[in-house]
Design a protein around this ligand. Structure first.
Ligand SMILES: [Zn+2]
Ligand SMILES: [Zn+2]
Length: 242
């Protein structure tokens, strides 16, 4: 049994690492096409971002792998596969519930990690990327990686979710984690600066966090930042050679 758990954890770490390499690699390639020269001179930083991110992938895989094993072998978790088990309207609602819960956890742990001692001990790794690139998505100190790694594995015990909706949550998490750091805005201006952008976080919003440190702590939504007075609006991007 122990071997099966270990194997599941290792397999999950490998999946997370490959997912990171494909997604960050894809967006880094898109950056070369859309904003040539944007990452010029950042090679040493990018190497560090990749190293920290791969270490994070190992950490992310452990709780996810243990829970995936428990789901399959022991019937743990509230993940369901029969789409009729809950009303259809619950599918999008469950995705929103997961994103809101993850966002809340992230906002408060992130603010906490900006306290000076914790910042120096852990979160400074993430902010060593100046400016961040598409490779910085999982560039975290192991302590910070651990705080992020437990969120979804804990939520699957609490909030029922269809396996496809969970896939949707993980996809949004991965894509936004990468694109929020890549140094340019991929969403259209009308969206980012329109009513939706007042509540949703994209690269423009997180960029300002990396510029100013003491604002814009959220992950997906601007709700907590707005409620707590830490929202300072959208940031500026440095320009590529285009
Ligand atoms: Zn960041
Ligand atoms: Zn931060």
């Amino acid at each position: 049994m122990l071997a099966a758990i270990l194997l599941s954890a290792l397999a999950m770490s490998a999946i997370v690492a490959v997912r990171y390499l494909i997604t960050s690699g894809g967006f880094a390639f898109a950056t070369r096409v859309r904003q040539p020269g944007l990452y010029a001179g950042l090679d040493p930083q990018i190497r560090r971002e990749i190293a920290w991110s791969l270490a994070s992938a190992l950490i992310y895989g452990i709780p996810a792998g243990v829970v995936a094993w428990g789901w399959q072998a022991q019937g743990w978790t509230r993940i369901y596969t029969d789409v009729g088990a809950y009303p259809l309207w619950y599918l999008p609602v469950s995705v929103l519930l997961y994103l809101a819960a993850h966002d809340s956890w992230f906002y408060w742990t992130h603010r906490w990690m900006h306290r000076p001692r914790l910042f120096r001990a852990a979160h400074a790794v993430h902010h060593a990327s100046r400016p961040p690139t598409a490779w910085a998505a999982m560039s975290f100190h192991p302590w910070e990686a651990l705080s992020g790694a437990i969120v979804i594995p804990a939520l699957v015990f609490l909030i029922p979710i269809h396996v496809a909706a969970l896939g949707c949550v993980l996809t949004i998490m991965t894509v936004m984690g990468v694109s929020n750091h890549m140094g340019w805005e991929m969403f259209p201006r009308w969206m980012v600066q329109g009513p939706a952008g007042r509540w949703l976080i994209t690269a423009s919003h997180h960029q300002r966090h990396h510029e100013q440190y003491n604002c814009n702590y959220g992950l997906y939504f601007r709700v907590w930042d707005r409620l707590c007075g830490t929202d300072r609006g959208l940031g500026e991007f440095r320009k590529g050679r285009r």
